[in-house]
Ligand binder design. Structure first.
Ligand code: ASP
Ligand code: MG
Length: 408
């Protein structure tokens, strides 16, 4: 390659202990031994579950933690792993320096907890690189115009890495994690799931939103916007992982790239509301005001002029949602509210399906053949999702993996 700056990100499990951090240091040393002049920038997450623990501490001390202090606290996990990694490198003879988000010039919005990054001023990063230091940067954090520490949302280190790669004009960002790449589906459920050598941004985005934990959706979005390739790979092996990039014509030959299953949602149905303008707006405005995220929305006309509107939410939000929905019963003269928690959403994703008719039929027929009833269906350009019984989800996942030949 040219003298592009190498950008690598190590996730929480990869830096989960001092021993693991030492291993990462050895890995980085090998790169330096290979090419002493290579410029290397490393972004780290907090060690293991550190951030979760910090969040718990905050809520022991305050019912509603002060936002500024909350960010000041939960950002510290990354400081620990960054300085430890720098120490490990220095110990084995590799010059290194850790930089906090602020020191690395990561400027964010004023708001706390989920601040967006406005820009990166990588002056200090370049200075350190010019001194031939490996630069270790804390993920997840930045600084706002008041010089207060901000965080950019849980799981934000992937996004930090992509944004930093972009500010350094790198065309690739390596994401090191505890799995070997992106799989056709969860290999714990489907034994012959295959590691993908590449996947398009769009497909990865869908899979990430559907719950594939390997990459944060915002990081994928950001990579797509800035045209940065991602290489998702394991911290503890040298095997090639999965490249996330622009869809190529070759990929379009494949109909389905991956299958995702979500088992954490519930469906709420408001039955028998009037079929008139403004009803849906009323319902979803109320939910939005209560900060309840709605995933699928299904409206159907039932008895005469009455509608039923169903929607899916995170199961954790169910009580909150029912409380809100009950206030609507009187207001909208709805007949009743039903809930269904025995659901799973299984989705097939692939850019190739845009140009191939019959994919939906193939999916529905395969499920039907095995007596798996479809409760709801939603589709987008490159995705078809079916809501089925949760206790049939694993079986459905195996069947669809087979149906679309993903093991081949
Ligand atoms: N440590 C942060 C979190 O746990 C950021 C990250 O790991 O990506 O959310
Ligand atoms: Mg993480």
């Amino acid at each position: 390659m040219t003298n592009e700056i190498r950008v690598q990100k190590y996730g929480g499990t990869s830096v989960g202990s001092a021993e693991k951090i030492k291993k990462i240091a050895t890995k980085i040393k090998k790169l330096k031994d290979n090419d002493p002049n290579e410029k290397i920038v490393i972004i780290v997450s907090a060690m293991g579950k550190t951030t979760d623990d910090l969040v718990k501490l905050a809520y022991i001390c305050a019912k509603t933690p002060n936002p500024r202090e909350y960010d000041a606290l939960i950002s510290t996990g990354e400081n620990i792993s960054a300085s430890l990694l720098a120490m490990c490198l220095i110990e084995i003879g590799i010059d290194a320096i850790s930089l906090s988000g602020a020191q690395a010039g990561i400027l964010t919005e004023k708001s706390h907890s989920k601040a967006k990054v406005i820009k990166v001023n990588p002056k200090r990063i370049h200075q350190a690189l010019d001194q031939n230091k490996v630069v270790i940067i804390t993920g997840f954090q930045g600084i706002n115009e008041h010089e207060d520490i901000t965080t950019i949302g849980r799981g934000g280190s992937d996004t930090s890495a992509v944004i930093i790669a972009s500010s350094l004009n790198s065309s690739l960002c390596e994401i090191y994690t505890d799995v070997e790449g992106v799989y056709t589906t969860d290999p714990r459920i489907v034994k012959n799931a295959k590691k993908l050598s590449e996947i398009s941004y769009e497909e990865m985005l869908d899979l990430a939103h559907l719950g594939a934990k390997v990459l944060h959706p915002r990081a994928v979005e950001c990579a797509k916007t800035n045209n940065i390739k991602l290489h998702v790979r394991s911290s503890f092996s040298d095997k090639e992982g999965t490249i996330v990039k622009e869809a190529s014509s070759m990929e379009l030959n494949k109909t389905v790239t991956g299958i995702a299953v979500n088992k954490t949602e519930a469906i709420v149905s408001i039955i028998g509301v009037e079929n008139k303008a403004g009803v849906a707006g009323e319902i979803f405005e109320l939910l939005a005001n209560k900060n309840i995220n709605v995933d699928m929305i299904i409206q159907s006309v039932k008895y005469g002029n009455l509608n039923s509107i169903s929607f899916s939410i995170e199961e954790d939000d169910l009580q909150k949602t029912l409380k809100a929905a009950n206030t609507l019963i009187t207001k909208l003269h709805a007949k009743e509210i039903k809930t269904d928690q025995n659901i799973a959403k299984i989705s097939i994703v692939g850019v190739g399906m845009t140009s191939k008719p019959g994919v939906a039929a193939q999916m529905f027929k395969a499920l039907g053949k095995h007596a798996i009833n479809i409760k709801h269906i939603t589709t987008s350009e490159i995705k078809i999702s079916c809501v089925i019984n949760r206790d049939q989800a694993d079986e459905a996942q195996k069947i669809l993996h087979e149906t679309f030949n993903l093991h081949k």
